[in-house]
Design a protein around this ligand. Structure first.
Ligand SMILES: [Zn+2]
Length: 162
């Protein structure tokens, strides 16, 4: 069965930075394969475009440039937040501004953003809101394990069941 919309696709893959010699970012070989419903926005569109019309047993390798993956690294997404905004009961704990700490902020529209603390001084905390893989060219190699129609409850839930 060739891959098309509303099918559950199970793949094993290896993701490397840039090309087949690049640093390993993640892989499913040796652990659980990835299952997703094709064509409903679960995966980055370029990933699905590269798998479209492949079938069970097909091997694949393709490059998704950063701009088509998790986006380019944007300097504007690295922002300074006044230290005082990290205060609780008037005090800023060291833990709350520790470099590498992940945090989630919400804007007035209720949209949430995930960031990572990069640095802090006596006035500001610098937080990087870029996606952790922003600026990374994604090189995938792998194999399509199975392809099947999604069940109604899977389509309802928007994810594959095992
Ligand atoms: Zn479910």
């Amino acid at each position: 069965m060739a891959i098309a919309k509303n099918q559950v696709v199970v793949v094993d893959y290896k993701l490397q930075n840039g090309n087949g010699d690049g640093d390993l970012i993640e892989e499913t070989f040796g652990s659980d394969p990835l299952s997703f419903i094709f064509g409903i926005g679960q995966m980055i569109p370029a990933f699905e475009a590269n798998l479209e019309n492949t079938q069970e047993g097909d091997e694949f390798s393709f490059l998704i440039e950063a701009a088509n993956g998790y986006g380019l690294f944007e300097d504007e997404a690295v922002v300074q937040i006044p230290l005082q905004q990290f205060a609780q009961d008037g005090k800023v704990s060291e833990e709350s501004i520790q470099v590498g700490r992940q945090l989630t902020v919400q804007d007035q529209q209720g949209q949430t953003y995930h960031g990572v603390v990069q640095s802090a001084d006596s006035e500001n905390v610098t937080v990087d809101f870029n996606h952790p893989m922003a600026g990374t060219d994604l090189y995938f190699t792998g194999v399509v394990r199975t392809v099947r129609d999604a069940t109604e409850s899977e389509l309802d839930h928007g994810h594959a069941h095992e």
